[in-house]
Design a protein around this ligand. Structure first.
Ligand code: SF4
Ligand code: FES
Length: 246
């Protein structure tokens, strides 16, 4: 195994760079290191000015997503040895504005999330005397897969539609909408369906499926979007058959 590998890090310092440039660093190769460890080594030992996000280092917080050799990657879950002999090119997540180096601006995603109301919608107050909405294990299982999203946004970087149509609500937000629709405690499915059947919603998706391919948590956002399209089509059909009330 090589003793070192070259990492090429995209640098963008708005106060001095008109556009991103690549800077090379030589880092040790350790069997147990992930790509994030290589970046941490650069920052701690070589160049403290490199900016990137991370927090948990265990695939939970979703903050360390970057492009690694052109692929959206959770850098704390990708072994350095899987990218040998290098060089390993590390860039910020595609389809987001860059704030600095590898740090992207997530404001557009937060706006999109609000569109789908990713919370339990109720207007009738607590239904149980104890003030709890109870749920069986079977009811939990219905939405469990979609609740595994860590908002890493790899799916937005993988989606060609997000690249062409930046206002597309996008895979993770739609998967989260479906997570709440399938929750027995929720009553917000109609509001979400109306929001997602219009502009920048589910019909922007052409079912490329890359979002599901890159998801590190097996969420299957492409599947959620197809479920939504079916629900929207049935809803439209129902409005013709039962025009006095859906
Ligand atoms: S759906 Fe998957 S890829 Fe997309 S943000 Fe959630 S965890 Fe990340
Ligand atoms: S650092 Fe938290 S998911 Fe990678």
């Amino acid at each position: 195994m090589a003793a070192t590998v070259t990492v090429e890090v995209a640098r963008y310092r708005p106060e001095r760079d008109a556009e991103p440039v690549f800077q090379q660093y030589e880092v040790p190769v350790r069997h147990e290191w992930v790509v994030l460890d290589a970046l941490t080594h650069v920052k701690d030992e070589i160049d403290g000015s490199v900016a990137f996000r991370w927090s948990c280092r265990m695939g939970v917080c979703g903050s360390c997503g970057m492009m690694v050799n052109g692929q959206p990657t959770l850098t704390c879950a990708s072994y350095l040895t899987d990218h040998l002999p290098g060089p390993i090119r590390i860039e910020p997540l595609r389809h987001f504005p860059v704030i600095r180096d590898l740090v992207v601006d997530l404001a557009s995603f937060l706006r999109k999330l609000r569109r789908v109301k990713p919370w339990i919608v109720r207007d009738d107050g607590p239904v149980e005397p104890e003030g709890e909405y109870r749920q069986t294990p079977e009811e939990l299982e219905r939405y469990h897969q979609f609740s595994q999203c860590i908002n890493c946004l790899l799916c937005y970087s993988a989606c060609p539609i997000v690249g062409l149509e930046p206002d597309f609500t996008g895979p993770a937000a739609i998967a989260l909408a479906q997570r709440y629709n399938l929750d027995s405690r929720d009553r917000g499915a109609r509001e979400r369906l109306e929001a997602l059947s219009g502009d920048h919603g589910i019909w922007d998706c052409t079912f490329v499926g890359e979002c599901t391919e890159v998801c590190p948590k097996n969420v299957d956002p492409a599947g959620a979007i197809q479920q939504y399209k079916l629900a929207s089509a049935l809803d439209t059909l129902r409005s013709f058959v039962l025009p006095w009330g859906k």
